[in-house]
Write a protein that binds this ligand. Structure first.
Ligand SMILES: Cc1cc2nc3c(=O)[nH]c(=O)nc-3n(C[C@H](O)[C@H](O)[C@H](O)COP(=O)(O)OP(=O)(O)OC[C@H]3O[C@@H](n4cnc5c(N)ncnc54)[C@H](O)[C@@H]3O)c2cc1C
Length: 388
């Protein structure tokens, strides 16, 4: 097989990198994952993630992890409520859909907390697969291998490098000169711990699921998490420097409260529960996206997957695409029909480019309608269509 006597270094232990490590190990591959987090207990931020039949769930089935997933996903977490800024419930999935997920249905979109997905994937790997505290700094090719240097001064050798290091990938420049560009929106993300006590009205309204509010060009996405916290983010159209110019506000309680009152005038005080109790600093995430027509020539010892390959503003598919990339890359690298690694990597990259181009189109369309005047009506109609 192509991977015989080859050492694979996956840079980045997110959902994409860990899924690939698991799949390759099942096929006998020699893999290390180099992750910048100091250890596996570093808190993973972010909302719950829904996995889809043709991508995330498909990868989990191939990784023999569907049964484990069924013990860790959160039934009901996928149910959403559309609220207006006054706090009125305009559409309620708790009333329109049942509680059991049918895993055989193409519409199944079970939700799992990001930290649980990571735990589950980590537990599935051979001992010492992940090398923590390995923040990639640079690498050079010498004698047919990659010599990788990390910020802590340590080095590693690998025959094949996979960049799975997310939005600001440091591996990407070794693969392509194509850069992403600002997508036009910036996301502010925060977490309220112990939400039942700190944000009781919002906790109750969430009912274990999600809330979506669109008003005045702002999109507020709120999720209940399994650890009793609430994750929320606000996205809005701003210029690229807005985050840099305003970062002080989001690490200072007094400034944040003032900003909320002036930016969310006439919003119901239930929303204030979030900003008043959010852990500081809030994360400020300007969103970037790749060009629609991105391609590059395949190399024989390096490629990218997930956000490193195709960053775009959230469209609800990012994790699913990363896991599908992992599945298809593993299938190509271990398929005996390919004569050499470059051909195998090209066979992985060609459909990956196509998928990314389609999804980045959707993502850009979503930016427009989700921050437009009719966002609320459009979302309600989408929910109604899905419910029928
Ligand atoms: C606000 C927000 C909401 C989102 N909501 C959803 C959603 O609901 N559903 C969905 O499917 N997607 C969602 N996404 C997108 C999703 O989070 C990403 O697409 C997905 O996490 C990509 O997975 P990945 O494995 O490619 O990269 P990541 O999850 O970013 O993982 C990259 C890993 O690499 C590590 N790393 C980074 N740099 C280095 C380095 N130099 N050296 C070593 N390690 C490094 C990081 O610590 C991390 O562990 C959302 C994104 C945002 C910003």
């Amino acid at each position: 097989m192509l991977l015989q006597n080859k050492t694979i270094a996956i840079i980045g232990g997110g959902p994409g990198g860990l899924t690939l490590a698991r799949l390759l190990q099942q096929k006998g591959g020699t893999v290390k994952v180099y992750e910048r987090d100091l250890n596996r207990n570093v808190r993973t931020q972010g909302a719950t993630l829904d996995l889809h039949e043709n991508s995330g769930l498909k990868a989990l089935i191939s990784a023999n992890l569907l049964d484990t997933f069924k013990t860790r996903y959160r039934p009901g977490a996928e149910k959403g409520r559309v609220l207006d800024k006054a706090g009125n419930i305009l559409y309620d999935e708790h009333e329109t859909s049942g509680s059991e997920i049918d895993f055989d249905s193409p519409e199944a979109r079970p939700e799992i907390d990001r930290s649980d997905l990571r735990e589950m994937l980590l537990d599935s790997l051979a001992a010492d697969t992940v090398v923590w505290d390995s923040h990639f700094a640079s690498m050079v090719q010498a004698d047919g291998q990659w010599e990788i240097t990390f910020k802590n001064g340590k080095t590693a050798l690998a025959d094949i490098v996979i960049g799975a290091d997310g939005a600001n990938s440091k591996i990407r420049p070794y693969v392509t000169e194509i850069q992403s560009s600002y997508a036009g929106i910036t996301i502010l993300q925060g977490n309220v711990e112990n939400a039942k006590t700190k944000a009781p009205r919002m906790y109750e309204l969430l009912n274990g699921g999600k809330i979506y509010t669109h008003s005045e060009g702002k999109y507020l996405h709120i999720s209940a998490k399994g650890d009793g916290s609430i994750d929320f983010y606000v996205s809005s159209k701003t210029d690229e420097n807005w985050a840099k110019d305003n970062s002080a506000i989001f690490s200072d309680r007094t400034q944040l409260n003032e900003w909320f009152k002036t930016t969310f005038t006439a919003w119901n005080s239930v929303y204030f529960e979030l900003f008043e109790n959010v852990d500081l600093p809030m994360l400020i995430r300007p969103q970037y996206c790749i060009p629609f027509d991105q391609t590059w020539e395949a190399q024989s010892s390096i490629t990218l997957l997930g956000d490193a390959a195709h960053i775009m503003a959230p469209s609800g598919e990012g994790v699913n695409l990363a896991m599908l990339d992992a599945l298809e890359l593993c299938e190509c690298l271990t398929n005996p029909k390919f004569e050499d690694l470059q051909t195998a990597i090209a066979a992985y990259e060609t459909p990956m480019f196509q998928r990314a181009a389609e999804e980045v189109t959707t993502s850009c369309e979503m930016i427009e309608w989700m921050h437009g005047d009719n966002a609320q009506e459009k979302l309600i109609n989408l929910f109604k269509e899905m419910g029928e």
